[in-house]
Design a protein around this ligand. Structure first.
Ligand code: PLP
Length: 376
């Protein structure tokens, strides 16, 4: 650190110059985050210094968090759900599995996840000392139920299904997983970090949330399709017991027990999530999802014209495009300031997420560049 103070104007000049090095959202096909809704930004600023880790000092924002959990519970088919606003999908997944493990009383257990699971589950294995067993996918890239069954044993503390996989936007057969979970008395966690704010607003309906009886917990991220500010994740449990299984005693704070993973935690993202959910309502989210699906269909139609097809017919605004040598194509695209990502082996493809910040004009420009690169 410097010895001498630097004038505010000078610090701001450095920050502005550095910020200008960041790329712009309008060229991003690779991210599941987007520009937050303006009302979320205003709410975030208003609650910047609030700390949900010590809720007795901030009863206002603590109530806002409760309301967000209630609204998310209503959206996901369980108005009485318990939970909290986390820092994102990773924390919510960690905490859901930690709760399942604690409830089971096992310290040497395993979890069964789809091979398409987000890498947060590898972190979970490491952090919680659980064996992470990966079940095979079927040809439509949904988890194969017989593979799941073959991996379960007496030490299995949780099953995981994904509602909106990171790479393909695919929805696992949650009803099938629910039957297995209920039969065996195992916690079923649904990772809907991305799909949670998409599936309720699609024309085609899926059974994946708390309306499916075996689902015990759900991850849903407001900082992805929820248009909130980063870091806003949602973790919901069907009942109170799982949340209690996460609690530790807090010796010096205003509340005697705490269930969250982090201690000090910002109330700003909870307030931002509240603001955007209240302001948009179901109507506004349906419009936003329609917009993203319209972009998705536009991309598919235009990509087909240049001979590029999707790996699977997209369910939501996540598209995996089959191209020869995807890594090289991606590199060439990046040179032209297009940011796309890739899916894993054995289904390597270009991965594109069609978020609210994207436009049809930019999709067309992107495809012109892709066509030129493929022609080389
Ligand atoms: N789960 C799924 C399905 C995801 O797609 C992601 C991120 O893309 C995560 C979890 C992790 O979320 P975060 O990056 O907010 O921790």
């Amino acid at each position: 650190m410097r010895d001498k103070a630097l004038p505010e104007s000078e610090v701001m000049r450095i920050l502005e110059k550095t910020r200008a090095r960041d790329y712009n959202y309008d060229r991003f096909f690779s991210t599941m985050c987007t520009l937050p809704h303006p009302i979320a930004v205003r709410a975030h600023d208003m609650f910047l210094e609030t700390n949900l880790g010590d809720p007795g000092l901030f009863p206002g924002v603590a109530r806002i968090e409760e309301r967000v959990v209630e609204m998310l519970g209503e959206l996901l088919g369980c108005p009485d759900a318990s939970g909290y606003i986390s820092t994102g999908g990773t924390e919510s997944n960690i905490q859901a599995i930690r709760a399942a493990r604690n409830e089971s009383g096992r310290k040497d257990g395993n979890i069964v996840v789809p091979a398409s699971a987000h890498f947060s589950f590898d972190k979970i294995g490491d952090l919680l000392c659980l064996d992470v067993r990966k079940a095979e996918l079927d040809e439509s890239l949904r988890v194969d139920l017989s593979s799941v069954e073959s991996l379960i044993d007496d030490k299995t503390v949780a099953l995981v299904g994904i509602a909106g996989t990171t790479e393909f936007g695919q929805v696992d057969p949650i009803e099938g997983l629910s039957r297995i979970a209920l039969d065996r008395g195992i916690h079923l966690h649904v990772d809907a970090a991305f799909g949670g704010f998409v599936l309720p607003f699609l024309k085609k309906k899926f059974a994946w949330d708390f309306s499916v009886p075996g689902v015990s917990s759900i991850t849903i991220d407001p900082h992805k399709m929820g248009m909130s500010t980063i870091p806003a994740g949602g973790l919901l449990f069907r009942g109170q017991e799982c949340l209690c299984a996460l609690e530790t005693e807090t010796h010096y704070l205003t509340k005697a027990r705490q269930a969250s993973l982090t201690g000090t935690r910002s109330g700003a993202a909870a307030a931002a999530t509240y603001a955007v959910m209240m302001h948009l309502g179901r109507e506004g989210f349906a419009e936003m999802v329609d917009y993203c699906m319209d972009l998705t269909h536009h991309l598919l139609k235009r990509a087909e014209r240049i001979g590029v097809l999707p790996l699977i017919e997209p369910i939501m605004n996540v598209v995996a495009l089959k191209v020869p040598s995807p890594a090289q194509v991606r590199e060439e695209l990046m040179k032209r300031d297009w940011h796309v990502s890739m899916t894993r082996e054995p289904n390597r493809a270009l991965r594109l997420i069609l978020m609210k910040h994207m436009t049809k004009e930019n999709i067309d420009l992107f495809l012109e560049d892709l066509k030129a690169i493929l022609a080389k």
